[in-house]
Design a protein around this ligand. Structure first.
Ligand code: R5P
Length: 283
């Protein structure tokens, strides 16, 4: 196998190639003055199965991914596997209101244009992968997160809402801690409310685990509630650190530390999911 990294996921692609003992190829990507994307792979041929690692978020990355795949096919790639570490648009898996786009399906359809396998990490609504005709893999980051926090003195792993409880439970199991969840209601894109809940957080080191941190509103509300409940320290971790606007600064004011996996590369993406992706793709 040959692993090609796009600009969104260069480090993760290099780690993945190492894990798979595969050749790593960096796609050359630049932008024309009008913003259009230019892609070239400087190899004579790619006569092998090719893994392309590239996010589809934000939208410009999607075009880059498609062009890299086409360039690889043009050099003779036998098959393409799309590794999309953060699957954007997966929250829009229904037409919630009449007239809306079914965005998640559009994304899945596009990824099926060139690739026969699709791998992603903690897909927000994993059911969307069923629209893909080929083989799909949804990698659970809880294992890597658990490994990272082993022996870090966490007493309680907390999910901000019930939907995130399985992830918190898996992390808690890996580090031998308790787990629980808060009860979140989203009031708008940026504002959430945590219902008062009697979580036993007094004098505990608490780790809040979520799949996505976007505006940071969810984690901020959870951290504030934990402080009211007497938590000794609060650390936040997520799989996909989008950190929209000044989310990271905002969270640094209410949490002792913030971490994410490297599905989106940023200044706190210190937890690598490459070993887990490699484990699945090897089979
Ligand atoms: C929502 O269902 C997700 O699991 C996250 O909790 C949400 O996307 C976080 O968004 P924000 O950081 O903007 O509160």
């Amino acid at each position: 196998m040959i692993v090609i990294g796009g600009t969104s996921s260069k480090k993760l692609a290099q780690d993945l190639a190492k894990e798979l003992n595969s050749k790593y190829v960096q796609a050359q990507v630049s932008r024309f003055p009008d913003g259009e994307c230019y892609v070239r792979i400087e190899e004579d041929a790619l006569d092998d199965d090719v893994i392309v690692v590239q996010n589809t978020h934000p939208d410009t990355n999607l075009v880059e991914m498609l062009l890299i795949q086409d360039a690889a096919l043009g050099l003779g790639a036998r098959s393409i596997t799309s590794v999309v570490p953060y699957f954007g648009y997966s929250r829009q898996d229904e037409r919630f209101h009449k007239g809306e786009a079914l965005s998640a399906k559009v994304m899945v359809d596009i990824m099926g244009l060139n690739s026969i396998r699709l791998a992603s990490v903690d897909v927000h609504k994993p059911v969307v992968l069923e629209w893909f005709a080929g083989k799909t893999y949804n990698i659970f980051a809880a294992e890597s997160i658990g490994e990272f926090f082993k022996d870090s003195g966490i007493d309680l792993v907390l999910a901000p809402d019930e939907g995130a409880l399985d992830r918190a439970a898996a992390v808690a199991k890996a580090i031998n801690a308790e787990f629980d969840n808060l009860e979140k209601t989203r009031l708008s894109g940026e504002v959430v409310r945590m219902a008062p809940k009697n979580v036993d957080a007094k004098d505990k080191s608490v780790l809040i685990v979520d799949d996505i941190i976007s505006t940071g509103g969810t984690i901020e509300a959870a951290a504030n509630q934990l402080k009211m409940l007497g938590a000794k320290s609060v650390i936040a971790v997520c799989t996909h650190g989008l950190f929209a606007k000044d989310a990271l600064n905002k969270l640094r004011k209410c949490c002792n530390a913030v971490y994410s996996t490297n599905t989106i590369e940023n200044e706190v993406s210190v937890i690598s999911v490459a070993p887990q992706i490699a484990k699945l793709l090897r089979d």
